[in-house]
Design a protein around this ligand. Structure first.
Ligand code: ZN
Ligand code: ZN
Length: 437
């Protein structure tokens, strides 16, 4: 049956070993399509040879077809005659050039530092159509596509030449090949590095803030810098990261953010930095950490750097909305407070569910909506008559400054409301961000 089918296909179309074998690609394991095709052609040659010895005309015809449409040497050795090479109807000879393509690809990978790659192949519409038509004409069930075979075979060869693995799930590098023209496009996939940062001084935003007057172009008000704050956590970290990875751009993802005037200490805040078009995909992270900390110069510090992935970025953002945080707040109040006031404060807020509308100070960039956030624990210490220190452990996304001031009734209850007097946060530190990333 299989031989009959192979004979019918070969009688009509000229096919290379790969393209004939590929039509039976799902059959037998551990062999290449080229071997399948060769085996079929060889078996047909033997049939033809046997027939011709018996003086059967069909046998000779089969041998001639194997020579003219199969370009098959064993048949030619028996039948002789004219031998002109026809291009393979399906691949036009692409599969004979696998070695050349692979050499070209591995040359285009020079200069990249990577551990695995994936080859993607685009073949012309015409070629894909021809294969579709042939497959429906012969009701082929087991075949694989030309595209698949090309990417697999070229991938294997590139792997042999470069010593790097083919990776389907998370390749470092993707090479897109247009065949048969051989246009290769190399794309280095984003490199993700995660870590935790501490911000040891006030007045540094997490990310760059464009100057509101010029939108970042630079004007008199921002002294030509285009930004409101001279430096940000993101810029301090990004500089050394881009310089060691030789990437051309990056994106900073933080697990939430603290206010510009808040310090971020304790175990640090998780972040992931996404580097685009990195040439060096495996920088020494201990060296990188040192370089960032030198750039941070006592203002920003990073720790626990590690390689990461896109999935972590997503979970970082999701978790930061609810993950528990602990803050230290220095609070100024309008009337003298007693120890009893503070015990009352702790009692009111331990396990308290807060109703919080979007704070007025962030209304220009956030939609106005009501949030329910939990305060797990509050500890209050009296510093002097009108100053107290609060340590607040609460759900992520709770606005602590408004928990204190009440934000003109937009946050309920508030420290101000419970004490029955004006209260303001004058210093805020994040002392821990509890989330596993
Ligand atoms: Zn072919
Ligand atoms: Zn400006």
């Amino acid at each position: 049956m299989i031989l009959d089918e192979a004979e019918r296909i070969l009688t009509k179309y000229s096919l290379c070993d790969n393209c004939l074998g590929r039509q039976f690609g799902g059959l037998a394991r551990g062999v290449t399509n080229r071997e399948r095709g060769y085996a079929l052609k060889l078996a047909l040659t033997m049939e033809g040879h046997m027939g011709s010895r018996r003086g059967d005309e069909g046998g000779m015809r089969l041998l001639h077809e194997l020579v003219s449409n199969g370009d098959f040497t064993p048949a030619f050795n028996v039948a002789g005659g004219e031998r002109e090479k026809k291009a393979c109807y399906l691949c036009e000879g692409i599969l004979e050039k696998v070695q050349d393509y692979a050499k070209g690809v591995s040359r285009s990978l020079d200069g990249y530092n990577y551990s695995n790659f994936l080859i993607g192949v685009k073949i012309s519409g015409e070629m894909a159509e021809r294969e579709d038509r042939l497959r429906s004409e012969f009701s082929i069930e087991f075949g694989e596509s030309l595209k698949m075979e090309c990417s697999r075979e070229i991938g294997k060869e590139v792997s042999r030449l470069t010593g790097k693995e083919v990776e389907f799930e998370r390749p470092d590098i993707v090479v897109m090949l247009d065949l048969p023209e051989f246009k290769a496009k190399v794309k280095s996939m984003p490199l993700y590095i995660r870590g935790r940062y501490k911000k040891l001084v006030r007045g540094i935003p997490q990310s760059r803030w464009d100057c509101v007057h010029c939108g970042g172009r630079g004007c008199d008000i921002c002294h030509g810098t285009g930004k409101i704050y001279p430096i940000s956590v993101e810029e301090i970290i990004t500089g050394p990261v881009l310089s060691v990875t030789k990437g051309n751009d990056s994106k900073f993802h933080g697990a939430g953010r603290e206010d510009v005037d808040a310090i971020m200490i304790g175990n640090g805040r998780p972040f992931v930095i996404e580097v685009k078009e990195a040439l060096n995909r495996s920088p020494d992270l201990a060296v990188l950490e040192g370089a960032i900390n030198r750039a941070g110069d006592g203002r920003v510090e990073v720790l626990d750097l590690d390689y990461s992935d896109k999935k972590t970025v997503r979970s970082l953002k999701e978790k930061s909305k609810v993950a528990e945080k602990t803050y230290r707040a220095l609070v100024e109040v309008d009337r003298p407070v007693s120890e009893e006031d503070l015990r009352e404060l702790e009692k009111s807020f331990n396990g308290c569910l807060l109703n919080q509308y979007t704070p007025k100070r962030v209304m220009h960039r956030r939609a106005d909506k009501l949030r329910y956030k939990k305060v797990h624990e509050m500890q209050a210490t009296r510093l002097d008559d009108k100053k107290i220190e609060l340590v607040v452990r609460c759900q992520g996304g709770l606005y602590v400054k408004e928990l204190i001031s009440g934000d003109e009734g937009r946050t309920k209850p508030s420290v101000s409301e419970v004490l029955g007097t004006g209260a303001r946060c004058i210093e805020l530190d994040v002392i821990s961000v509890n989330e596993a990333v």
